[in-house]
Ligand binder design. Structure first.
Ligand code: GCW
Length: 657
């Protein structure tokens, strides 16, 4: 322990938000940990690691008393923190609540021992707070080891097998527990041949990982292939209504639970981007999900069934097919038919994790199905951890959205099946490629626990834990990150239209990259205008999938929010936005301003030299240089493209090449 937050472990592995300095306020203080449960052992281990002194014999005089007792009457996993008689107390009904209470005390820093500390109850908004890994055991020839991973290889697997040394996974589990994550999906939802066998002869791997996560209150889940009865079971069919298939899944689940009694369940991507599914047998997705659900039910397991089902072989000339509509069209007729232990896992937007999309209309539509909201911490479409983009303000907007109109419940209150996100970590020394991308993982956990937290306050918390209390560091990092999501939006695809990325890699601009492709992600720019007509009156009808008032809000050019204009409408370039600018001028201005904003971020980061650890500074500087290059490239491609299409010059007389 150094006491100096700027001294981090030599590179090899950055401690993320739990360097030893983060618990410096606890060193030498006395502690008593009371109650039963294996997670209390974890709390004791943490207290001893922090250099606390254990108080024997009741421990009523300790500086910190952590107690799991049914008297606490907190919700499962919740805790109450209070201060009286010179002691700070954490009381929880369960041992997991005590563990979360411990990490709350870590976050509070020295204020945990102020006599003014108010009594407060903290209970998670969602019982399921999950992180999905898209890790492959083998390195996939196209997608690499971690699909859409921007931070190196897998922390679980190397050389086609489970790593021998799982100590990093353990440190990861600790970091996740500290932000309240309680479920982890271990493998890619695109299940390839090797990974399908995790369910059969690879079960030992799953069991070993479950053992590592268990002391941190985290249950593991597996992505399963719908075709597993054929590919690993040797059956001739995977028809969900076939008795042999039903029996195969029941046996498979029983085998898993014999090895891993607290196994969480299966995650399934079916009939999606080439993954097998029930459509091959003329069955629907309720039939498909329910066969797995029935197999898991006796063991208290859950099926996360993904709603990301759409036609990825569409004819781009056919304007009536709309990828945005697909999930709603497939799933809403099935509402009410899913077993109780099916959670429909829905991406936050109707398309695919873009920098801006409306909220998916599937979420408010499924009134009788438990729905989980899926976010993407890995920055597939938001700069791939080469651009500094703090996503919490975007997630907060999504979580706050009132799907039934103002005054009604927020999206966070609407989803009953919890919150899921795709992880952004790999075996990179900083875990997340860009050191600042750690803030996204941190913020995800905190928002999954409480969607009401302020993204700026979360960022301050992350900065203080990671870098200590230097006010200049706080200000510098805040100035790089605070508006970074909007900056990224400004220099990439405009006004909600999405994509315009390089096909395959999804990094960097290619305005027409997907325009004449089968993937359903079009902007329809021509010489007169741009955007997708998704109105009921004249377009694909997607706007009509929303309950009122949103269907009307989105349908009308008078009321559609500017930032979603091109998601819902095809308009002429000279169409005037509600902000008073024409669409074309908005495109020029935002792209030029967005790239300029990145120049400022480069300078702001440079100010941090000598204030953050040298390795963090150097990595950040290199990546900001790349962000600057890339932002300019985006600016130039997009501006030139629309200047050539429209022939409308920039009102500011700037030279658009
Ligand atoms: O965004 C797309 C990605 C795919 C991913 C898919 C999904 C795992 O480009 O790589 O596949 O989403 O969410 O299933």
């Amino acid at each position: 322990m150094t006491g100096d937050p700027r001294e981090v472990a030599p590179i090899g592995e950055h401690p993320m938000w739990l360097p030893d300095a983060a618990t410096a306020h606890l060193r030498g203080r006395t502690v008593a940990v009371r109650g039963a449960g294996r997670l209390l052992e974890t709390v004791r281990g943490e207290a001893s690691r922090a250099g606390m002194v254990f108080e024997e014999a009741g421990g009523d005089g300790a500086d910190l008393v952590i107690e799991a007792t049914t008297d606490a009457a907190t919700a499962p996993e919740g805790f109450e923190v209070s201060r009286a008689g010179g002691a700070t107390r954490v009381r929880a009904t369960t041992d997991s609540g005590a563990l979360y209470g411990w990490f709350h005390v870590v976050r509070l820093g020295a204020t945990a021992f102020d006599d003014t500390l108010p009594t407060a109850r903290h209970e998670p908004q969602h019982a399921m707070r999950m992180l999905d890994h898209w890790d492959n055991v083998d390195v996939h020839p196209v997608m690499g080891q971690v699909e859409r991973g921007y931070a190196g290889g897998s922390i679980f697997f190397a050389d086609g097998r489970l790593r021998d040394d799982l100590s990093r996974v353990e440190r990861y589990a600790r970091l996740l527990a500290s932000i309240g994550i309680n479920r982890v999906g271990l493998n890619n939802v695109n299940v390839h041949a090797r990974e399908a066998r995790l369910l059969t002869d690879g079960l030992g791997i799953v069991a070993r990982l479950a053992d590592v996560y268990r002391p941190w209150g985290i249950r593991v889940h597996l992505s399963a292939s719908f075709a597993a009865p054929i590919t690993v079971g040797g059956l001739a069919t995977a028809d969900p209504l076939d008795p042999d298939v039903i029996e195969w899944w029941a046996d498979a689940a029983a085998r898993v639970y014999r090895e891993i009694p607290d196994f969480g369940g299966f995650v399934v991507k079916a009939d999606s981007e080439g993954q097998p599914g029930p459509f091959a047998y003329g069955r629907d997705h309720a039939d498909g999900a329910n066969v797995l659900a029935r197999a898991l039910a006796p063991h208290d397991g859950i099926v996360h069934w993904r709603a990301f089902v759409y036609n990825h072989r569409q004819d781009w000339r056919d304007r009536s097919t709309d990828r945005a509509r697909a999930a709603y069209d497939h799933f809403t007729p099935l509402d009410g038919r899913f077993h109780e232990n099916v959670v429909l896992q829905v991406k936050h937007g109707p398309m695919d994790f873009q920098v801006r999309e409306p909220v998916s209309p599937v979420i408010p539509a499924m009134r009788e199905t438990a729905v989980a909201l899926e976010l993407q911490v890995t920055q597939e479409y938001t700069g791939q951890q080469r651009h500094a983009v703090y996503l919490a303000p975007w997630w907060r907007e999504i979580l706050d959205f009132p799907p039934f109109g103002d005054g009604g419940p927020s999206l966070a209150e609407t989803v009953r099946g919890g919150i899921v996100a795709v992880s952004n970590v790999g075996d990179d020394p900083f875990w997340t490629g860009h050191p600042l991308a750690q803030a996204n993982l941190y913020a995800y956990g905190r928002l999954a626990w409480d969607a009401g937290l302020d993204p700026g306050a979360i960022l301050d918390e992350w900065i203080a834990l990671t870098f200590g209390d230097d006010e200049d560091v706080r200000r510098g990092i805040r100035s790089v990150l605070d508006d970074s999501w909007l900056t990224y939006e400004a220099y990439t695809a405009p006004l909600g239209v999405g994509f315009m990325v390089t096909p395959g890699s999804h990094y960097g601009p290619s305005v027409d990259g997907y325009e004449y492709s089968p993937w359903g992600t079009y902007h329809f720019a021509d010489r007169d205008g741009v955007g997708v007509d998704r109105t009921v009156a004249a377009g694909t009808g997607f706007a009509g999938q929303y309950p009122s008032p949103w269907r009307e809000t989105y349908e009308s050019l008078e009321t559609v929010p500017d930032e979603l204009l091109l998601f819902f409408h095809h308009v002429p370039y000279e169409h005037v936005l509600r902000n008073g600018k024409t669409v074309i001028q908005h495109i020029y201005d935002t792209h030029i301003d967005g790239a300029d904003a990145v120049d400022r971020k480069v300078a702001e980061w440079d100010e941090l030299e000598g204030r953050v650890p040298a390795d963090v500074f150097a990595r950040g500087r290199d990546l900001l240089a790349e962000q600057q290059r890339s932002a300019r490239e985006w600016r130039d491609h997009v501006c030139t493209y629309f200047w050539r299409k429209s022939g409308v010059p920039d009102a500011g007389d700037r030279v658009i090449p």
